[in-house]
Write a protein that binds this ligand. Structure first.
Ligand code: ASP
Length: 592
């Protein structure tokens, strides 16, 4: 039974053994039914639901007649067994009901814009506008409670491994994690700004320099990025850093942590996490966050098409590109129209086209049958491990593009073939990332992780000769095709840190302005150190079997970054702007 205030019983608590007790219950009207001259109310609180019954002889009967969904009540009454045949086995309290002696209506509710007592689908914008009602529904109650247990288990685990939780400030200087900063203008220092943390990266490293050895924090981070389905402008990470460690030490700590959380919260015993290099992940799955709940590994079949007369393949191979094959189990039964639709999907993922081959029992069909020899069809089938009844999809393009599209289509095929069971958990590590990647916006080389990451052993020479080939001591934890988080072994020598900044094109003056305090701290005996951060929102989403992180965040922003309940962001009074020495350049009609 839940512990309630003195004298109050939780609405999920009562059982047949409580028959005859006089109890007081408080809660919301989940449902009201008038039946056989009696009024039945299902009273709901965070503990559960209890049926309370109003008798026509009783003075509160008239008031009960006017009760509406979500009115807030206090009732006193006597627990009695439900008449035989009317028990509700689906309800924990289904054997009993409470005959009401006293009713107090604590508050009235407007008619809710959607049913609170069911998890039926409701337009998401409406749910977010009336989030307090949405949060009353059982799905959100369940999700947020599970999330709480995940965070608690994490804290318990890191505590047991001697990590210290230390809070770092929200008003910071910018730490680069590859996104724009949210800025907070300073009233007391006109023209200066704090940045909200993209992560506590530099401060956690400074805590290592400060001798804390093992740090963790349930950290709020803010990144001003374009929104995607699984992204929010602010999010929560379990942020971790440790001294005198190797990459393997960090992987062990984090992997054991996830194993602890899954056992404590879901009762699931996780096997050791698979480990893949970045190159392997791309070659086998086409993405650096592979979903390992299913196989369907990719293969490069380019070698079988040397000298082909099929123009598309010939030109791709001539330019040094790849032809990547993906098996579609049972795909031979698809119609030409189905294959056309699949080709459209591939195009949305960036493909220029798609060739399909269907290995049906009554013969092989293909969108390019004129150009493919018997030997080639057999070689493709063997390379893709296709059986009779399967299809094979082929993507020809520059290597990165061909694999990228094939990787996305692999997930698509996984969905279509129901290979992505939401109750299965396939964790893995991806290791050995390139140090640099080309920034999508600027086209310039930027760190694949962040500039505090150490290059892999023996890679410093490449910095001069071929920086794009440099590898990093950077690792990602991946679950079911989602990146849960990244980390790295850090640079701890100030001269090496300066070299990296220089490679990234920062002038000594830039370095001093943005990172001077940090590089100076490295000069005072920084220990070797490394760490990682995992996204709690994604972890909670996958643990709850949800497909969207908004389902595990109490007050999320919508897809365009708005809080529909508070109506944020919003304009502010002119005077506030003046106090901050700011003037808006946005025209009064809001246009830009
Ligand atoms: N600061 C990194 C991030 O937020 C994680 C890490 O390197 O520890 O992604």
């Amino acid at each position: 039974m839940n512990v309630m205030e003195k004298g109050r019983t939780g609405c999920g608590a009562l059982r047949a053994a409580d028959e005859g007790s006089v109890v007081e219950l408080c809660g919301w009207v989940n449902r009201r039914r008038d039946h056989g001259g009696l009024i039945f109310v299902d009273l709901r609180d965070n503990d559960g639901v209890t049926q309370v019954v109003f008798d026509p002889q009783h003075p509160s009967f008239q008031a009960a007649e006017h009760l509406r969904h979500e009115d807030v009540l206090r009732v006193r009454g006597t627990v009695r067994r439900r008449p035989a045949g009317t028990e509700n086995p689906k309800l924990a309290t289904g054997e009993i009901e409470v005959g009401v002696d006293e009713l107090e209506i604590l508050n009235r509710a407007q008619v809710p814009p959607f049913a609170v007592n069911s998890d039926d689908p409701v337009d998401e914008n409406l749910r977010l506008e009336y989030r307090y009602l949405d949060l009353r529904r059982s799905r959100m109650q369940r999700n947020l409670r599970l999330r709480h247990r995940i965070v608690k288990a994490m804290r318990d685990y890191f505590d047991s491994r001697d990590f210290v939780e230390i809070e770092t400030p929200m008003l910071m200087k910018s730490t680069p994690e590859g996104a724009r900063d949210y800025l907070v203008p300073s009233r007391l220092h006109p023209g200066s700004f704090y940045a909200l943390p993209q992560s506590p990266q530099m401060l956690k490293q400074i805590l290592m320099i400060a001798g804390f050895g093992r740090y963790m924090q349930i950290a709020r981070c803010m990144r001003d990025e374009d929104l995607r389905a699984d992204r929010q402008p602010e999010f929560t990470q379990v942020d971790v850093e440790m001294s005198f460690c190797t990459q393997d030490d960090v992987l062990e700590i984090m992997e054991s942590g996830m194993r602890y959380v899954w056992k404590a919260v879901l009762g699931v015993e996780l096997p050791p996490f698979a480990r893949l290099t970045y190159d392997e992940a791309i070659a086998r799955y086409g993405v650096d966050k592979p979903d390992l709940r299913f196989g369907l590994e990719l293969s490069d079949v380019g070698a079988h098409f040397a000298g082909t007369e099929f123009g598309v393949f010939a030109s791709v191979l001539g330019a040094g590109g790849s032809i990547v094959a993906l098996r579609y189990p049972g795909g031979a039964s698809l119609s030409r129209r189905d294959f056309d639709a699949l080709t459209e999907t591939a195009k949305q993922f960036g493909a220029k086209g798609m060739v399909w081959v269907a290995y049906a029992a009554d013969g092989v069909k293909s969108s390019a049958s004129k150009f493919l020899s018997e030997a080639q069809l057999a070689a493709v089938r063997a390379a893709a491990n296709a059986e009779e009844g399967d299809a094979v999809l082929l993507f020809a393009d520059a290597r990165e593009l061909a694999y990228g599209v094939a990787g996305k289509m692999r997930n698509e095929v996984g969905d279509r073939c129901s290979l992505r069971d939401p109750r299965a958990f396939a964790f893995c590590w991806v290791l050995g990332f390139p140090y640099l990647e080309l920034d999508e916006e600027t086209g310039k080389p930027a760190p694949a992780h962040h500039p505090f990451t150490a290059p892999a052993e023996g890679q410093w020479e490449l910095m001069e000769s071929d920086p794009m080939q440099m590898r990093a001591q950077h690792y990602d934890m991946v679950l079911n095709g989602y990146e849960l988080g990244s980390g790295s072994i850090r640079i701890h020598k100030p001269e090496q840190q300066r070299k990296i900044f220089e490679m990234l094109g920062l002038s000594p003056a830039d370095v001093e302005h943005r990172f001077g305090f940090f590089v100076r701290a490295l000069e005072y005996g920084a220990p070797p150190h490394g760490g990682m951060a995992l996204g709690i929102d994604r972890i909670a989403m996958l643990a709850c079997g949800e497909e969207n992180i908004r389902e595990v965040i109490a007050f999320p922003k919508n897809q365009v970054g708005r809080d529909l309940m508070m109506e944020a962001p919003s304009t502010v009074p002119e005077q506030l702007l003046r106090d901050l020495y700011l003037r808006s350049t946005v025209p009064a009609d809001g246009s830009r």
